[in-house]
Design a binder for this molecule. Sequence first.
Ligand code: C2E
Ligand code: MG
Ligand code: MG
Ligand code: MG
Length: 280
Amino acid sequence: NGSNVFSTSSPDSLAQQRARLAQRLSIEAQLRQALQARELQLVYQPIVELASGALHGVEALIRWRKADGEVVPPDVFIPIAEQSDLIIGIGRWVLSQALHDLASLQGGPLAPLKVHVNMAASEFTSSTLPADLRAMAADLAVPASQVVLELTESMLMRQPEQVKRVMRQLRETGFEISLDDFGMGHSSLAMLNSLPIDSLKIDRSFVRELASGARDRAIAQTIVQLGQHLQLEVVAEGIESEAQLAVLRACGCRFGQGYLLGRPLPLHDLLAAFPKHRPH
Ligand code: C2E
Ligand code: MG
Ligand code: MG
Ligand code: MG
């Protein structure tokens, strides 16, 4: 948190601005090489059906492991990549890697598993995304219905009509769309009703206080009910304690994700740790 080198909460001196720019350019240059040098990797976090504990899907999360072993978290480098053309190359790499990983599971005991992929705003404004993704999935013989694309409310701010057009095209092809970090953005409930989405993820800031604060419990419960009324799947993010899990179950929240249920791991480590998948 707060590691975004662009956060501009207070007016900075010229020296501070220069230092930040230098840091951004340095990370950008290193990142450009990282893509070539295969320093990027995906780890996967389980998405679990809360009532049964069964594995429902996985979310792909990018990691940048530098040659010296240092791991740079996505909150640091994705915002920088988004300010240049780098995000397009990284985004395509993520999609390709996630689809290859999904293809490697076909026919195995865990298929059909849903794979969630986080998307950047500029990917969702690209009108070639639906056709490109359809071709990638067809090449790998991966069913589109097992691929869930995650976007955040803030991604709908700049070009809402273009983004919604891309969303509709993706869903026509069979891909699913999930609204990530729900509750943190500024979209109205009316807008939510008009969005072509299949699921929403309750931001972990609401889950954090769930077991202690009645107000947060009310918010979480309301989001779960909202999802039920709009026929959306609801996934709670950031479940860390048994107490949070119990409240979410009591609210009728069907799916969840968090360190309590499983940390992000390389795919095959995750699958080894999760023998109790039950397909539905
Ligand atoms: P997100 O999509 O909301 O992903 C959830 C983040 O919460 C992940 O952080 C995950 O490791 C973390 N998390 C999961 N369970 C818990 C928990 O119980 N407690 C806490 N405190 N955290 C938990 P991560 O992997 O650092 O990713 C951060 C953000 O970076 C993601 O948020 C997503 O917005 C972005 N991101 C990650 N991978 C990609 C990617 O491939 N492409 C793009 N465009 N963005 C990505
Ligand atoms: Mg996500
Ligand atoms: Mg999220
Ligand atoms: Mg988040």
